[in-house]
Design a protein around this ligand. Structure first.
Ligand SMILES: Nc1ncnc2c1ncn2[C@@H]1O[C@H](COP(=O)(O)OP(=O)(O)OP(=O)(O)O)[C@@H](O)[C@H]1O
Ligand SMILES: [Mg+2]
Length: 227
């Protein structure tokens, strides 16, 4: 489903070139969930940004369902991302001027989904994350755990084939993290969505099919995994 070959990305700092990803390879099967661990600065967020096409690689390829994201130019890449990828950010990235339902509905509008169908789909997904009653709340009035559930609803509302999550519980207290985690996994499993998540959370990593460690610019098997 996701095939990554010889992916490289460096960042320049003055005269010095810092290689972050260095010939990275990975294969993720359809419906599989992968947890990526690695020390701070090892390139985890950089990798997710390359998979989603937010950032561009120096070399190498990323293909999703056989479509080579790294070969696409704008705006094709944006349209592809919008249609097929969901992204849960560490710091929610909700739009403060939109209410809960509007935040979730936006991607459907951008994808050209008709208003009535979009409203119904938003209601379903908000109910699924337990926020059916908060559709018209301002996002800033929600707790951190509630905001992260809105972010999960937003990432899944268009039923993406691939969900990318960057420390989805990293900014939550332990109790909220314990509530968000099974929710994320159950939604993903119910739809057969492929999940690639960055996490320092041992429980989240263990719940994935495989755990890979990002080290020295490449992914290494790190045992663990369970279901
Ligand atoms: N846009 C950028 N410009 C310059 N350097 C960058 C840029 N983005 C990332 N880097 C550098 O690349 C390295 C990897 O960053 P990245 O954010 O991918 O790490 P990470 O593994 O996600 O870390 P963390 O666990 O702290 O989130 C870091 O050294 C960072 O400074
Ligand atoms: Mg990061």
């Amino acid at each position: 489903m996701l095939t990554i070959r010889q992916l490289s990305r460096s960042f320049r700092e003055g005269e010095v070139l810092h290689p972050v990803l260095d010939g990275l390879n990975a294969d993720v099967g359809s419906g599989e969930s992968i947890a990526i661990t690695g020390r701070s600065g090892s390139g985890k967020s950089t990798l997710l940004n390359l998979i989603s096409g937010i950032d561009r690689a120096d070399a190498g390829t990323v293909a999703i369902d056989g479509r080579e994201v790294t070969a696409m130019a704008e705006p094709e890449r944006t349209l592809f991302r919008r249609a097929h990828i969901g992204f849960v950010y560490q710091f929610f990235n909700l739009i403060p001027t939109l209410d809960v339902a509007e935040n979730v509905r936006l991607v459907l509008e951008l994808n050209g989904v008709a208003a009535r169908a979009a409203r119904q789909r938003v209601a379903e997904v908000l109910a699924a994350v337990g926020l059916g009653a908060r559709a018209h709340s301002a996002v800033e009035q929600l707790s951190g755990g509630e905001q992260q559930r809105v972010a999960i609803a937003r990432a899944l509302v268009h039923e993406p084939r691939l969900l990318l999550a960057d420390e989805p519980t990293g900014n939550l207290d332990e109790e909220s993290a314990r509530a968000v985690l099974p929710l994320l996994l159950s939604l993903v499993r119910a739809r057969g969505t492929t999940l690639v998540m960055v996490t320092h959370d041992g429980a989240l990593a263990r719940a994935a099919n495989r755990t890979l460690e990002l080290r020295a610019g490449r992914l290494h098997p790190s045992g663990g995994g369970g279901t």
